[in-house]
Ligand binder design. Structure first.
Ligand code: EPU
Length: 355
């Protein structure tokens, strides 16, 4: 177990804000996590605590987190079942997601290749139901193991128990804050089925043979062209989720914008790309203070340099309000907003409206 006091969280999240945590602990075993959760309930009770993964879906407001931040360093990877067709792989929550994808592609095990280059870690993949290019991680999950926060008891959820939906799970909804994911078991295929019909995958592949590696490379280059690298421009990927609306709302908007892209969800619901709504509202590539909307993918808000979390929130709220006024749709953040203390007075000044 590694413990740090007054620890900078800059390397632990991708938005790039200067935030300090009073205490950060990286645990390496389930017993250590159980002990830490016990301390959260006793010695540290009354103080805020937070469990983070790769920090690719976090926005800190303020610059000092006065409690304990927990981070998993559970890293094991083990084949728990194997036959001619498939492999069941049990992975520790702290493994970097894309390292796992690269490993499976190298082994010739299919299923994760469309989810290449998504930032974050294995634990969050199961909480968030990460998705891209027509695939969601729920399509691969067999089971999720957790520790219950209140009792330290080990629990196991089947994929069905997890109630997966678009970017959602039981761990984000009904059991929010009640479980820490320790391991995830995925089912991978030895004779993979390829999913190439989403977006530009086929175009990007051109006439290269379709293999796990070529699909991974194609997805990586599509992402690279559209999504900013957090090492250069702080961001948390898609800032908002795509809104799912009633068909009557969709038809009303469609009458005015017949070329609007959309995905059918079921008979009475349609998903509309929030990136399209933001672009139509004129925000693509524009900034507000030191926060901005990315110029290649409007769903991504960026820190153009030293932006505060408050500035990013001001931009997000302004966009939300304009979309509500123009389209009558509420778009909701996908990122988790963490309220911290502010120990300087540099928050929310400099919020000039400009390009
Ligand atoms: N669009 C615009 N303008 C934009 C961005 C998008 O008009 O600035 C339109 C596109 O032309 C397209 C549609 O919106 O018709 C969808 O765009 P895209 O395929 O880029 O996907 P998305 O819905 O914006 C989702 C995920 C991404 C994932 C991509 C690709 C969510 C919240 N986001 O974005 O996930 O990479 O699909 O599968 O569902 C993430 O979660 O951080 C993330 C990047």
């Amino acid at each position: 177990m590694k413990q740090y006091i007054n620890c900078s969280l800059k390397p632990y999240h991708t938005f790039g804000m200067e935030v300090t945590a009073y205490r950060l602990v990286e645990y390496e075993t389930i017993e250590e996590l159980r002990d830490l959760l016990h301390r959260v309930r006793t010695e540290w009770s009354g103080k805020p605590w937070l469990h983070i993964g790769g920090g690719s879906n976090l926005l800190f407001i303020g610059n000092f987190f006065p409690g304990v931040v927990l981070h998993s360093s559970l890293l094991g990877l083990e084949v728990v079942q194997e036959n001619d067709q498939e492999v069941l792989l049990r992975v520790g929550s702290g493994m970097v997601w894309d390292d796992l994808v690269a490993y499976c592609v190298d082994q010739g095990w299919g299923g994760m290749e469309n989810l290449s280059a998504i930032p974050g870690e294995v634990g969050a993949s199961a909480v968030q139901n990460i998705g891209a290019y027509g695939r969601e991680v729920k399509d691969l999950i067999v089971s999720v193991e957790t520790l219950a926060v209140d009792t330290g008891e080990r629990c196991r959820f089947s994929c069905e128990d997890c109630n997966y939906g678009y970017r959602s799970s039981i761990f984000k909804k009904q059991l929010r804050g009640q479980h820490i994911v320790t391991h995830v078991t995925y089912r991978l295929q030895k004779n993979p089925t390829f999913y190439l019909d989403y977006g530009n995958i086929r175009t990007e592949l051109a006439d290269r043979p379709v293999t796990l590696k070529s699909v991974r490379d194609a997805v990586m280059s599509i992402r690279q062209a559209k999504l900013p690298d957090p090492a250069e421009l702080g961001n948390a990927g898609s800032f908002f989720v795509n809104p799912v609306v009633d068909k009557c709302v969709f038809e009303r908007i469609c009458a005015e914008y017949p070329n609007m892209p959309y995905y059918e969800v079921d008979e009475s619901h349609v998903k509309i790309p929030a990136g399209w709504l933001i672009e139509q509202s004129g925000w693509k590539g524009r900034s507000l203070g030191r926060a901005a909307v990315h110029d290649k993918q409007a769903l991504v808000l960026i820190n153009t340099g030293n932006a505060t979390g408050g500035e990013v929130m001001t931009l997000a709220r302004t966009i939300q309000r304009e979309i509500r006024e123009r389209f009558g749709i509420d778009i909701q953040p996908e990122v988790n907003v963490i309220q911290c203390y502010t120990t300087d007075f540099d928050v929310n000044i400099n919020v000039n409206f400009g390009e």
